[in-house]
Structure formats: C-alpha cells, structure tokens
Unconditional design. Structure first.
Length: 133
C-alpha cells in the first residue's frame, strides 16, 4: 500500500509547485492542463494544471488547480509532515515554508527529544517539520 498527498489549489498550483521545488528539490512531472479536455471550464482557466506531481528523494506528492466551481476551504484536517536528518536542514525548510505564511509552533526543541515546528504556508497548506535530536 502507498498513501500519497494530493494538494488542491485555486489557480496557483504551478506557482506552489515551483515554491516547493525550490525548498525540497525534485522534479515536477506529469503536468497536464485543462486545455483540450472535454470539461466545462472557463477559457481563461484552461492553462491551469489539472494534474501535476513533484517527485524527489524521499517524497512524491500530487497537486492540481481545482475547477473554479469547486469549493475549497482552508482547513486544519491535513498536515504535511516532514522528517529531516539534521537540525540545520529542518530549520531551513521550516523557515522557507513559513516565510510568507503563519507560524503556529516556532521551530524549537521538544519534549519528545526532537526539534519541531508547525506552520501554514502562503498557499494555506499545513506543515509539521520534525528532526530527531
């Protein structure tokens, strides 16, 4: 079994994937737009991504721009969790993800013998960054 995250955006999927790629590396693959698709979508939305994937060492997630009539509500039911090998690497990722977003738990030493921070990025995606001591 393999469980993967599939992130939904309101027209900024490519921008978000570029942002995540700048932090995590990897490669954006399998990009498909709405162009040429038999779907009721406004003409000005057809260049947006109907599907894309960001793949790299130790990660793979999918994303798309939801159709304009799809209700997307920012929520707190899903957290993207990242375990990193060094405190420095974890802090760097946390700082990048939270730079234009909101910090909920500052990056700090924890009671479970790790360094941890929790934030919401500029695209309303929730992240938990963890690194064992």
């Amino acid at each position: 079994m393999k469980i993967q995250a599939y992130l939904s955006f309101k027209g900024q999927c490519q921008e978000a994937l570029n942002f995540y790629q700048s932090i995590f590396g990897g490669k954006i693959e399998n990009k498909q737009t709405y162009e040429g698709k038999e779907i009721d979508i406004p003409e000005n939305y057809r260049k947006n991504l109907q599907h894309a994937e960001l793949k790299g060492k130790g990660f793979h997630f999918m994303a798309y721009d939801a159709a304009p009539d799809t209700a997307l509500t920012s929520g707190t039911t899903v957290q993207m969790s990242i375990d990193l090998d060094t405190k420095e690497e974890a802090k760097k990722v946390f700082d990048a993800l939270s730079s234009s977003g909101r910090i909920h738990t500052p990056f700090q030493e924890t009671s479970w013998d790790a360094y941890y921070g929790r934030c919401t990025d500029q695209y309303d995606v929730n992240w938990m960054i963890n690194c064992a001591k």
